[in-house]
Design a protein around this ligand. Structure first.
Ligand SMILES: Cc1cc2nc3c(=O)[nH]c(=O)nc-3n(C[C@H](O)[C@H](O)[C@H](O)COP(=O)(O)OP(=O)(O)OC[C@H]3O[C@@H](n4cnc5c(N)ncnc54)[C@H](O)[C@@H]3O)c2cc1C
Length: 374
């Protein structure tokens, strides 16, 4: 089968890319070893919340991505998007300082909380700095991924090896000029050790509770508003030590206890009953910026410029790249916020030839790695 693009990995990045490229008129094949939204994306609470950060490239990108994501989900997938106000409470003195700074700078609409909402909070939570945004959103992670993949040719395959021959990428019987890798925290399929990624294990739960939550809450943990079916989602843990690839069994009870203990610092949840657990890996980059761009062929580039091993500076445009191969990864805990932004730029690049932002290129990690190879 011949396609314009093959996408490997059907999490939010793969599904959103497939949706965006298909909308732009490309013929897309989407592949996943375990089905749609079976990785980190299927576990996500999928809050579309702004990142509280100080100045810099990360803040600029996150802020634009957040604005684009709110519009994207509420207009394209309203049936999977719940919009409610969002209360973000600082969980440490450092965060409080960042939050106060953010509050002075942000153009997002925010206000003070009323007494009714205040009365729900613990005394500690109501004493901390906060920002109360008029608009926040939470999407149904699995619902939205499946809706994006509707009408796209989907292949349930575990890709073991990538082959580029006669100007095309080949995966089994599938052929395409372009390949997009959206494989999250899974083994990388190519010798790209320079790509600085780490898996961060997360656990979230769905609960029934007689306490009605009127808005999105972020504090020591995130708590969703009560859904139409009376469910409240609480998530997520951050565990950099556990890996599902290690063979070790994950302690679900410990994760549950941790989540409930953290939630209790924000408010008291009455008559609580856990109805579902979701676990998965986020894939975070070492500098917290997401990755969108071509991948350097490390061996070919080191052969061409052996002095890179001694710290020689080479313009990244001179590196050898795998042909027509793009990676999207490294979104950490903001995959659902970033996916529409990244997929849009991917489409503009593949369809219109618009340059990608070099700050997001995975090649940014290459020179430092190359220097360590001597
Ligand atoms: C518990 C938890 C809560 C989170 N909460 C939020 C939140 O509130 N808001 C937010 O924005 N983000 C949140 N995130 C982060 C977000 O889920 C991730 O950033 C996002 O899922 C990354 O998506 P992805 O498509 O890059 O990777 P994944 O969803 O991990 O998808 C990668 C896919 O690639 C497939 N794959 C890998 N290798 C192969 C192969 N060789 N062959 C075939 N298929 C392959 C896997 O099966 C997998 O389905 C959360 C994450 C977790 C774990």
């Amino acid at each position: 089968m011949e396609y314009d693009v093959i996408i490997i990995g059907a999490g939010i990045n793969g599904c959103c890319s497939a949706y965006t490229l298909a909308q732009a008129g490309l013929n897309v094949a989407l592949i996943d070893q375990n089905g749609i939204a079976s990785g980190g994306s299927g576990a996500a609470g999928a809050f579309i919340s702004p990142k509280i950060s100080k100045a810099g490239e990360l803040k600029k990108i996150m802020s634009q991505a957040h604005t684009e994501a709110l519009t994207f989900y509420t207009t394209r997938f309203p049936q999977f998007t719940l919009t409610k106000p969002l209360l973000h409470i600082a969980n440490s003195p450092q965060e409080s300082e960042k939050l106060e700074h953010y509050k002075r700078e942000t153009t997002l609409q925010h206000s003070n909380i009323d007494n009714e909402l205040k009365s729900l909070l613990t005394s500690d939570a109501s004493a901390d700095s906060y920002i109360y945004f008029s608009e926040g959103a939470v999407v149904d992670a699995q619902g939205v991924c499946n809706a994006m993949a509707e009408g796209i040719d989907f292949y349930p395959l575990k890709v073991e090896k990538l082959i580029h021959r006669d100007g095309e990428w080949q995966v089994g019987d599938l052929r395409a000029k372009h390949l997009v890798l959206t494989i999250g925290a899974y083994p990388k399929l190519l010798p790209i050790d320079y790509v600085g990624l780490r898996g961060i294990w997360g656990h979230r739960i769905d609960c029934e509770t007689s306490t009605h939550i009127p808005c999105i809450l972020h504090h020591h943990v995130s708590i969703s508003p009560t859904s139409n079916t009376g469910i409240v989602a609480i998530g997520a843990t951050h565990n950099v030590h556990y890996s599902p690839f290690s063979g070790e069994v994950y302690d679900l009870e410990q994760g549950r206890a941790q989540l409930l203990e953290k939630a209790s610092k924000t408010l008291k949840l009455n008559n609580i009953k856990i109805t579902n657990d979701y676990t998965g890996l986020r894939s975070g980059s070492n500098d917290y910026l997401p990755m969108l761009g071509s991948l350097v062929d490390a061996e070919a580039t080191l052969q061409k410029y052996p002095h890179l091993r001694h710290g020689e500076r080479v313009n990244p445009s001179e590196y050898t790249y795998y042909p027509n191969l793009t990676m999207i990864n490294g979104s950490g805990g903001y995959g659902f916020v970033l996916a529409p932004y990244l997929a849009k730029r991917l489409g503009e690049w593949l369809v219109e030839g618009k340059e990608l932002n070099p700050a997001l290129s995975p090649s940014r990690f290459f020179p430092r790695w190359a220097k360590r190879q001597s």
